[in-house]
Write a protein of this length. Structure first.
Length: 242
């Protein structure tokens, strides 16, 4: 079953949120410190991913073009609107014992953390092509633990991030056979390297947001992933026919 890894990943996020909800009586001061700790950890993770690039010029161009496209499409605003819609459906705009986290904030932040990264793509490809779910199982454990921590600070809105995670990874797994047939392995490897670095910069930005230092519209940078794929493909074809 090629969707097994994706389903397990989504389930572990939900389980993590439920566990985190049971721990929502953590004192405010502890929640603040934990949030800073998460932010700093995410920053370091983003740095590690960003430094994997073999041609950082690709990352810069992808992020700039992605930011322009994201702003034109207003992706951040649309994600927040979806989160606010979820709040209204649940009959509350604030959650948690302290009222410091909104469902929209938890949904958007968790979705970006869980979706951006090489493990989501590599794991989904492995599930679809080889029926190997180990990468997604590992990612699911990481996401589940992260969702526990996020829920204690951002609230139950984190649980809704399981939906885009399953849709995103499920679609990649579904079309994995076709992807493997039409895209050379060398090109795929190059894309994963540069996509990891581009995603790492976004992860770094999420970490800055979590620490409260800045407020970057990370969702508006998401088109950079697509731009990275286009640039890598153009460079690959240029070298191939040179």
């Amino acid at each position: 079953m090629f969707l097994l890894g994706t389903l397990v990943n989504g389930l572990l996020i939900i389980v993590g949120v439920l566990i985190g909800k049971l721990l929502n009586r953590i004192p405010d001061s502890m929640k603040t410190t934990v949030m800073y700790a998460i932010g700093l950890s995410v920053i370091v993770l983003g740095l590690q991913m960003g430094l994997k690039s073999e041609n950082f010029l690709i990352v810069i161009i992808s992020l700039v073009m992605g930011a322009v496209l994201g702003e034109l499409m207003q992706l951040e605003e649309k994600l927040n609107q979806l989160g606010l819609w979820l709040e209204k459906k649940m009959g509350s705009s604030r959650i948690g014992s302290t009222g410091k986290g909104s469902i929209a904030e938890g949904f958007v932040t968790a979705t970006l953390i869980f979706v951006i990264g090489a493990m989501a793509i590599i794991g989904a490809l492995d599930s679809g092509i080889r029926g190997d779910h180990d990468v997604l199982y590992t990612k699911g454990l990481i996401d589940g633990f992260t969702s526990i921590i996020l829920t204690t600070t951002l609230g139950v809105g984190v649980i809704f991030s399981a939906i885009p995670v399953m849709l995103y990874q499920g679609l990649i797994a579904l079309f994995a056979t076709q992807i493997n047939t039409f895209i050379p392995q060398v090109l795929m490897d190059q894309f994963i390297v540069e996509m990891t670095a581009t995603g790492g910069v976004m992860i770094f930005a999420i970490g800055l947001n979590l620490t409260g230092l800045v407020k970057i519209k990370v969702a508006n940078l998401l088109p950079a992933i697509v731009v990275t794929g286009i640039i890598v493909t153009v460079l690959y074809l240029y070298r191939l026919f040179l």
